[in-house]
Ligand binder design. Structure first.
Ligand SMILES: [Mn+2]
Length: 300
């Protein structure tokens, strides 16, 4: 398949961005279709010229190596493949979901990676929903559960920050009471405080070198008018400019190691708006990554 025009690495060692897809959506509760996202995002990426929205040339500076898709439905094996493939190389690690349950596997792999590197793992979860249910519809691996599973696995509550939240289950509100150090920036908070202040707060929390950051980007963080193609659309969300500048700011200011983009569901989409948002945002994240790693960009 043709993908990422002008940005693919010739071989694995030349790359600075490593990608893996997880086309799995069996744990989505409402609308399915996120299993199609890895294929559609790759396809669309070939249509996009290798420039960001400010006209900055990404060629030569971003080299992507694609490990292909993880096809197992066994979460232990999923975690193993992430560790053995994606984390076999150093650079920016990218994961295309899948529904959000895939983060149960990837956040475990990330936790173990941080342990090996003697770093403190941090999750920045950008989502309409906290995904902190112990169990949802009788399923502990539901896409409503990854943050609960992460706490259970060993992440400290102060090292998890949720952003863009506006849909709560009763059990989630109870869980928050048990974890007062787990910061929740609701969509409303983000709108009121603005992205700049939010990034300043995140810098205060996590800019020490001991932290390594995993950004989990659920596309339903965006308002459904920007991202209609997702299984659980939730009104009163963030704009595409807000999520883009937020994630850019996190990448430029903190040590971001892994980024997943989940819950893009192409069969539910309108004219691929949501998939395009994911791909177009990704190129903006690349710009931020270049800025962070080289401080060197040719501005048009
Ligand atoms: Mn989610």
């Amino acid at each position: 398949m043709k993908e990422f025009r002008d940005l693919m690495a010739k071989d694995i060692d030349e790359a600075n961005v490593y990608l893996i897809g997880i086309p799995f959506d069996k744990n989505a509760s409402v609308g399915k279709g996120a299993c199609e996202a890895p294929r559609v995002l790759r396809e669309l990426s070939y249509e996009l010229p290798a420039f960001d929205a400010k006209g900055q040339d990404l060629r030569e500076k971003i080299k992507i190596y694609d490990f292909g898709d993880i096809l197992t439905e066994d979460f232990n094996k999923m975690e193993e493949e992430i560790t053995n493939k994606l984390y076999s190389k150093e650079g920016l690690h990218l994961i295309f979901g899948g529904d959000h349950s895939i983060a149960i596997a990837s956040e475990r792999a990330f936790f173990n990676r941080c342990n090996k590197l003697n770093k403190t793992p941090v999750i920045i979860h950008i989502d309409a929903h906290p995904d902190i249910c112990d169990e949802y519809e009788g399923n502990k691996y539901s896409h409503a559960c990854p943050i609960y599973r992460a706490l259970e696995y060993g992440y400290e509550d102060k090292n998890i920050t949720l952003i863009g939240i506006r849909g709560f289950e009763a059990q989630e509100v109870e869980t928050f009471k048990k974890h007062p150090l787990l910061d929740v920036f609701k969509a409303n908070d983000v709108k009121m405080m603005g992205i700049e202040l939010l990034i300043k707060i995140l810098k205060t929390k996590y800019s020490d070198d001991k932290y390594l950051i995993y950004i989990s980007y659920d596309i339903d963080a965006n308002d459904p008018c920007y991202a209609p193609g997702t299984g659980t659309p939730e009104s009163f969300g963030l704009s595409n400019f807000e999520t883009m500048t937020l994630i850019q700011g996190i990448i430029t200011n903190l040590n971001v190691d892994t980024l997943d983009i989940v819950e893009v569901a192409p069969p539910l989409d309108v004219n691929n708006i949501t998939s395009w948002l994911a791909v177009k945002s990704l190129y903006e994240f690349f710009t931020a990554y270049i800025q962070k790693t080289t401080q060197n960009l040719d501005i048009l």
